[in-house]
Structure formats: C-alpha cells, structure tokens
Design a protein around this ligand. Structure first.
Ligand SMILES: [Zn+2]
Ligand SMILES: [Zn+2]
Length: 343
C-alpha cells in the first residue's frame, strides 16, 4: 500500500509498504478521507503539540473509510461498513481513566500520532475506536468528526446558556465550527473576528451576526453597534498570544474565556489580574475530545452543522508535504487527503 511516512522534522516520504493485518479486536480500514490538522503541522515542524511522536510514523488522525477486513473477535462491525475513528485510545486502567478523566490517560495510544494513522491506503484500528457513519454522512464529513468532537468538548466547557452573546476569534476551520456550535448551544448573538475577507464572508454564511476585521476596524465599536454590550463568552481559535490577550480584554463581566487555539509551547501572554478580579473572569482551555465522537457524528449526520463549506480541496498523498510545508497553501482552508487518489 502507498503511505506517507514521517521520518522527522521536515522529512515526509511517500513509500510502498505492506498493508497491516488486523489483530483479533482490530479492523482494517481502507482510508477514503483523512483531514490535515494543525497537529500534523506541529509534528512536521518538530514542535511538541498534543501528542508525542516517535518516527518513523504514518501521521493522519482525522479519517474515515470502508472496513475491508475484521479480526476474529470483532463484534460490532462487518466488511463493507462505512466508518470513521476516534484516534485517541485510552487504557481504562490508569488513575485518570478510572476517575473518568480519560483524555489525561497515562498510556494513551493515538492513531496518527503514537501509532500509524490515516495518511495511507489502509490502517488497522481497535474496534473500540471505530464509529459507523450515518446514512447522510460522506467520507469527507466523517473525516471532520474528530475536529468537531474536539470543538464539542471545548464548547461544553464554555457553559454557554441560551441568550448569551459570544465572540469567536479566528475564522479558520475551528473558528467556523465554534461559531456554529455556539449558535446551536443557544447563543443569541455571535460575532466573528477575522482579518481575511473570504473567511468573514464564510462566517456570515454560517450564521455569524457580525463579522469584524480586527486589524482595520474598531472591534468594541462594531460590537456595540451590533448590540453586543455584554459578551459572556470569548472563544479564542487563532492560537496567538495577542489574540488571547484580546480575548481577556473583550469578554464582559462574569465572562468565560476559552483559550482553544494551540500556541507554541513556550508562548507567553500577559494578563492583568485586576481585570480578572474586576470582571470575575473564568479562563479555560480544552484538551482533545473525551467521549464526544458520537455526538459529533450525530450532529454532522443531522445536517445542523456545516462541516463541508470550509473544506477547500481533496488531494493525493503526493501533495501532502506541500500543504504541511507551505502556510500560504494552508490559508486556503481545510485540506483532505484521499490516499487512493491517483494523480
Ligand atoms: Zn486534528
Ligand atoms: Zn489510562
């Protein structure tokens, strides 16, 4: 099978390897769609992100496909099933798992990070991590279930109540998902802060009440004009120190700031404790996708969450490295790899 193997910083090679065999409780998935995620870029750049990688490894953790083989002890799946995966497999036995905080598992196995993932024609996955796609869900949509599941964990932690006013900073794929999820959670008004015009247009299409160019407009004035005078939640999805500081600045009294964007590990921000005191602020962050995969899939299949408008292009394995290497290409939107696509 063809696969893109990560050998170390800036070293990705498309190779022919033999297809893996499923163990007793594993299924073999023919990968049809695998999203390129910020985490893949952090790994390609040699940064420490959410997961530790020991090369050589096949990356790609946001994928869907068709089951082509099952192990002898597999119960809930058959050959031919359309599925996607939750890439993070928890041990169930460490202190964190046994306390219900599974995403802090000390022996977590991550498909596409700690073990081989979906930037390959085939991948073996434990049945516990496999989910059926709904009848209305395409492979591309199924590949988006993992990022949606991560956003759901974040939105749950925001505690948005019906009627709240919410600001989302950053109109990339994650920001556009968050804006929709904030609406679904009951927000009365949602504003999107995004410097790129095309992304602001997308934000309006996906239900934002106002989209603001933070580099050329007065954000507070625009918010006030839109009747957003008590912002209860700010969701930061740009991952920059400057926008994180802006989030603390913009949120209103009793507000919650969700620092969702991933910064460089050594990034620092400056916050005035007096502001936190004055507004009784809550600062939060959200780590991966504990137990939210099923809800993500149900939401996608219902048609109430648009996960496709932000996908800009499907590419083959040969073009993967260009996307990982080139931020200008990535700025176009979300890329999906179809490993079986012939150039
Ligand atoms: Zn991801
Ligand atoms: Zn564990």
């Amino acid at each position: 099978m063809k696969s893109a193997v990560f050998y170390g910083r800036h070293d990705l090679r498309v190779e022919d390897t033999s297809a893996p065999k499923p163990g007793p409780k594993e299924v073999l998935i023919q990968v049809k769609a695998c999203g390129i995620c910020g985490t893949d870029i952090h790994i390609y750049e040699g940064d420490k992100g959410a997961a530790e990688v020991t090369p050589p490894t096949i990356l790609g953790h946001e994928f869907s496909g068709i089951i082509t083989e099952i192990g002898c002890d597999v119960q809930n799946f058959e050959v031919g099933d359309r599925v996607c995966i939750d890439p993070n497999h928890y041990c169930g036995e460490c202190d964190f798992c046994r306390s219900g905080e599974v995403h802090f598992c000390e022996r977590m196995v991550g498909y596409g990070t700690t073990v081989n993932g979906g930037f390959a024609e085939y991948c073996v996955v434990e049945q516990s991590q496999v989910y059926h796609l709904g009848d209305h869900t395409s492979f591309e949509q199924g590949a988006m279930a993992e990022p949606v599941a991560c956003c759901l964990h974040g939105i749950d932690m925001c505690g948005i109540e019906p009627g709240y006013q919410v600001v989302v900073i950053g109109g990339g794929m994650i920001g556009l998902l968050m804006l929709q999820l904030a609406k679904l959670a009951g927000a009365a008004k949602v504003a999107l802060l995004e410097p790129v015009e095309k992304k602001r247009e997308m934000g309006m299409k996906l239900g934002a009440d106002v989209c603001i160019d933070p580099l050329n407009e007065n954000v507070k004035e625009r918010l006030a004009d839109a009747g957003m005078t008590w912002v209860r939640t700010v969701i930061e999805c740009a991952g920059l120190p400057s926008t994180m500081e802006q989030a603390v600045e913009l949120v209103g009294k009793k507000g919650t700031v969700m620092l969702f964007g991933l910064t460089k590990p050594d990034a620092e921000i400056s916050i005035k404790p007096f502001q936190i005191f004055q507004k009784e602020l809550t600062l939060k962050a959200s780590f991966i996708n504990p137990c939210t995969q099923q809800r993500a899939l149900q939401l996608i299949d219902s048609g109430r969450l648009d996960v496709e408008s932000m996908v800009c292009k499907t590419i083959g394995l040969e073009d993967l490295e260009e996307v990982l290497r080139n931020p200008k290409v990535r700025a176009e939107g979300k890329y999906i790899v179809n490993p079986g696509m012939i150039k």
